[in-house]
Design a binder for this molecule. Structure first.
Ligand code: HEM
Length: 284
């Protein structure tokens, strides 16, 4: 993972971007919503979400970025309807395993915990889509950004769309025209897209999403590229991997009962598999 920027030291520019981005999402879904939607039905809804987000960000600052992104990925597929949170069912494949989300989106456990607190406080009142919208705002505040009023009253979807998640969420290799068109398809202007992209002043990205850019492209700040290269290797060193994978594992107690050759093969396979998995995590 590499920092998209230092998560702990945000600039006023970044804060401005956060504010803009959340206003954009609010604007796209403002019809019939109201900031006082839960005032009577669940008066503690907002404080419950706020304190859970605050605690999650205090535990891990990056979680603020992850929750903000969760709201974005929710809104870009079928609108801000909580569909990103749905697991696969027999009738649909959800969005969690779509390309832009798989092994990448984070914060589901935080949202689950908030939902269960809200269910105890007021059963079946607060929508998950609203939780995501409020958690995004509270995350920005917890990271030192500005606050704004969130319009509430979104309804949760009972379906999700794997294919729309793949087609509608912008990809990291998009050029400017692609980006403008992806946002325009959601009713957002180019200036919205630029402001929203400022959300990348917090959080982290996996090496795989920017490796090609830092090794192949010349239109990138050279010191930024150099610093990112130090945490994102060009490729696995095949000699080193081969050496690691071919090392004979030490025989474990009990293993000889299987016969030395069988035990050695099994241990070797296990060790190789573990190593591959570890490397996969680090170098994806
Ligand atoms: C403009 C089009 C966008 C593209 C192409 C894009 C792409 C990406 C990519 C590739 C990552 C890294 C994912 C990974 O490595 O697992 C990322 C991270 C992130 N994105 Fe975007 N994104 C876009 C817009 C947005 C918007 C509109 C927001 C929010 C308003 C946003 C918020 C974030 C945040 C906060 C992270 C870091 C998440 C974390 O650390 O967990 N992005 N984005």
């Amino acid at each position: 993972m590499a920092s998209l920027s230092g998560i702990s030291s945000r600039t006023p520019l970044a804060l401005f971007f956060f504010f803009c981005c959340c206003c954009c999402f609010a604007a796209t879904a403002s019809a019939q919503l109201s900031s006082s939607f839960y005032n009577a039905s669940c008066p503690n809804a907002l404080p419950i979400i706020q304190s859970a987000v605050k605690a999650a960000v205090a535990k891990e600052r990056r979680m603020g970025a992850s929750l903000l992104r969760l709201h974005f990925h929710d809104c870009f597929v079928q609108g801000c309807d909580g569909s990103v949170l749905l697991d696969d069912t027999s009738s649909f494949t959800g969005e969690k395993t779509a390309g832009p989300n798989n092994n990448s989106l984070r914060g589901f456990d935080v949202v689950d915990a908030i939902k269960s607190k809200l269910e105890s406080a007021c059963n079946q009142v607060v929508s998950c889509a609203d939780i995501l919208a409020v958690a995004a705002r509270d995350s920005v505040v917890a990271l030192g950004g500005p606050s704004w009023t969130v319009q509430l009253g979104r309804r949760d979807s009972t379906t999700a769309s794997f294919s729309s998640a793949n087609s509608d969420i912008p990809r990291p290799d998009f050029n400017l025209t692609d980006l403008i068109s992806a946002f325009s398809n959601k009713g957002l202007a180019t200036t919205d897209m630029v402001a929203l992209s400022g959300a990348h002043t917090v959080g982290q990205a996996r090496c795989t999403t920017f490796r090609a850019r830092i090794y192949n492209d010349t239109d990138i700040d050279s010191s930024l590229a150099a610093s990112l290269r130090s945490s994102c290797p060009r490729r696995l060193d095949p000699h080193r991997i081969r050496h690691l994978l071919l090392q004979e594992p030490v025989e474990q107690q009990g293993a000889p009962a299987l016969g030395p050759a069988v035990a050695r093969r099994r241990l070797h396979r296990l060790a190789s598999e573990l190593l591959r998995r570890e490397l996969g995590q680090v170098l994806r």
